[in-house]
Ligand binder design. Structure first.
Ligand SMILES: Cc1cc2nc3c(=O)[nH]c(=O)nc-3n(C[C@H](O)[C@H](O)[C@H](O)COP(=O)(O)OP(=O)(O)OC[C@H]3O[C@@H](n4cnc5c(N)ncnc54)[C@H](O)[C@@H]3O)c2cc1C
Length: 379
């Protein structure tokens, strides 16, 4: 069975079940959620997740499929959630019994996230949710969603509240999920429509009107800068190295025939590959510096950079792979003659999304410029 290149390209239940089983085994072996308290289903340790990640990576294991749950929902619920959310939902999230998705973006609320219009209205002791989310990765398999909704129309930032909402249990009743097809022909993200979904009050995360503050914890972790380390592992479509890894270009160049030799004989190409490897290593070291408290005078200075820099390196790596493959790069998945099974071509097309996902890079630069460097606000 071919695996997708990342969790947000999961399309078939067979792929999901294979990877779900892997996450369950990793959790049972103590490799997932190790730094969370035992009461939340974690390992009750500290500073272990990063080591577990390295070991899983080194062993060449596939990726963990509950990426949005592990990377965003779990730290947010651990920091802001109530006992039910931590003690009942988190163990099932870690073991992958439940898949999670993130319902933040809407047709009119992407970069301007504070413009969310999905309503949460008081209904008895609980809430009723009505609205439309978009670009919701993994919603087609999700059991739960972290949701940012409007509880007060008069106030923009203080008018939002954060919830967890059950998706799969209410499908085709008050929740409808419609897959969106990407340039690659894959799905992965979806539109999600809420038509009066009723939820109890203990599904609310944080206080009423504090959704924006709670969402900042989610966003900081989504961009790689939060205090909880995300369990992560391995590979998708490509078996040897994670796609987009600059070192994989060396191997590709050595295997690609050019004249009487290979593409790796070209000194200019070798130089371009080295430039990408240097940028990649620099970014990795930058991420390590972000863990030194004395260097973090502003909480976002180094924390925001991994997503910004690595997403651009990934695009450049995939583009150079296309160049190395030449005309053969026009062949993709399913073509018997496609180099590396067409994974680079697919990765190149998917790489356009990585500078948009988790907040576009233009917005990340605005945040760094305005909030960290104190430059004038963009119009
Ligand atoms: C692969 C992928 C997966 C995603 N998964 C999820 C998910 O699971 N859940 C979820 O909630 N969302 C998800 N998203 C949505 C993502 O968060 C939004 O696409 C992103 O925040 C941009 O919002 P938008 O698409 O509405 O673009 P817009 O906000 O309309 O922006 C359009 C363009 O204008 C630029 N722009 C806008 N405002 C400014 C400004 N002030 N200064 C400079 N430039 C600006 C942007 O950079 C962008 O280039 C996903 C997106 C992608 C690509």
């Amino acid at each position: 069975m071919r695996l997708p290149q990342s969790a947000i390209e999961l399309m078939h239940r067979e792929q999901l079940e294979y990877l779900r089983d892997w996450q369950r085994q990793a959790y049972e072996a103590g490799l997932v959620g190790c730094d969370y308290p035992q009461a939340s289903g974690g390992g009750g340790r500290s500073h272990c997740q990063r080591i577990a990640n390295q070991e899983m990576q080194r062993a060449g294991r596939p990726f963990l499929p509950n990426i949005l749950g592990l990377g965003m929902a779990a730290p947010t619920l651990q920091i802001h959630g109530n006992d039910f959310q931590r003690e009942t939902l988190l163990p099932r999230l870690f073991s992958c019994a439940d898949i999670w998705c993130q319902g933040f973006s809407e047709p009119g609320a992407g970069s301007d996230l504070a413009n969310v219009q999905t309503r949460a209205e008081r209904h008895g002791d609980g809430w009723r949710i009505t609205g439309h989310k978009v670009w919701t990765s993994l919603a087609h398999f999700a059991d739960w969603m972290i949701l940012l909704a409007r509880t007060d129309r008069e106030r923009k930032y203080q008018g939002m509240t954060y919830f967890v909402v059950p998706i799969s249990a209410n499908l085709d009743e008050t929740v409808r999920v419609r897959p969106l097809i990407k340039i690659t022909g894959e799905t992965g993200f979806n539109e999600v429509f809420f038509d009066g979904l009723e939820i109890p009050d203990h599904y609310r995360v944080g206080e009423i009107g504090q959704g924006w503050e709670v969402a900042q914890t989610t966003l900081l972790h989504e961009r790689g800068g939060g205090p909880m380390v995300t369990p992560s592992s391995g590979h998708g479509g490509t078996p040897e190295r994670a796609l987009g890894d600059a070192y994989a270009l060396l191997d590709l160049a050595r295997r690609t025939p050019r004249g009487a030799g290979t593409a790796a004989d070209d000194p200019v190409l070798r130089d371009r590959i080295m430039q990408l490897i240097i940028r990649q290593e620099g970014s990795k070291q930058g991420a390590r510096r972000a863990r030194v408290p004395a260097l973090c005078d502003h909480p976002m200075r180094l924390a925001l950079q991994p997503k910004l820099v690595m997403s651009e390196i990934r695009q450049d790596v995939c583009a150079l792979a296309m160049e190395i493959q030449g005309a053969a790069a026009s062949l993709s998945i399913g073509d018997a003659h496609a180099p590396d099974g067409g994974e680079w071509t697919l990765g190149y097309l998917n790489s356009y999304g990585v500078t948009i996902a988790a907040g576009s890079n233009e917005i990340q630069r605005n945040i760094l410029g305005e909030r960290v460097l104190g430059l004038a606000k963009s119009k």
